[in-house]
Design a binder for this molecule. Sequence first.
Ligand code: GAL
Length: 391
Amino acid sequence: MRKVKSTTTFKTQLACFALLAIVTLIRCSPESKEVKYNNSFKPGKICLDTDSVHINAHGGGILYHHKTYYWFGEFKTAGQGGNTAQVGVSCYSSTDLYNWKNEGIALPVSSEPGSDIEKGSVIERPKVIYNEKTGKFVMWFHLELKGQGYEAARTALAVSNNVTGPYTFVKSLRPNAQEWPFDYPEELKNKAYDTELKWWTPDWYKAIDEGMFMQRDFEGGQMARDMQLFVDDDGKAYHIHSSEDNLTLHISELTDDYQDFTGKYIRIFPGGHNEAPALFKKDGIYYLMASGCTGWDPNEARLFDAKSIWGPWKPLGNPCVGEEAHLTFHSQSTYILPVQGKKDAFIYMGDRWTPENPIDGRYIWLPIQFDESGKPVINWYDEWNLSIFDN
Ligand code: GAL
């Protein structure tokens, strides 16, 4: 009897152990990781994807396609050096903007030595737009060639037939070679400048304003660093980037297939030191948000508006209000997202960079609201959701 009893106890214990093991296994397997459903934005906090991993899509932008949002960004890695491209451009998808599924690497870096997008190059601020005419997804991004710091100042193109990729690298270039800004005064063309002028002096400012650096780069093409894409209501697309040693923004028209520059461009706010451009349009008015130039450190945002993309652009000051507004709430603009299905609903997307451990960088998403005069303003919220746009 005793023996039977102890065998039964042993069997029961074994069954319990097996059950426990199965439950533990189920809970630990990646597919069944407990998924926390998000229904709000918490700017600055860890932003988990549907695998419960902090989203890795910095300096990003969003494409809305077939009822889904696709977020493309820089895939950063841990530690010093994590700001160079070790992996490529990542992609996440979402239908509600709160819950994001990792769609993998849309554009991988190349392992081929000498490739423009070789592992170790700098790939920043990727943006993707869809071309209705060709049915292709077109990605442009800021590219710095491996081992050259930020000297190359190029923009680069990759295309794909599928929104999530893989994207094929096509080319990198300095845009608008041998093209004058279309509104450039005839009398300034080929003016001789004293290239030794001391920076920040009145004479230097005047020369920058007139286009000394644009003329310097005329033959080989204009510098292109922090960038943005914007598709207008008529389907025309524009490439907006910091040029002329980050002193002056350029707005350039892209060709109908979005894969090249037409050569039509303007310079705005010469010497204004504007970076991180992000553009949106409301009621026929174009709004352009930018930052100053302090590298990874935050500074005060600036907003401009214009009735035509070709200007004249007018400064509206800092759109951020309240505490820490002078530091854009410790962030730098990367994109302004029109929310689908809601009127006048736009989300400011910014990066809170952590250059010492880039993978930890945080996302600052805040609603853009409009004051009584119609001016866009950005307030801080610890937590908010899309219903804010219903009021
Ligand atoms: C920032 C720029 C970032 C990155 C960084 C490098 O000003 O917005 O995208 O290029 O400089 O220092």
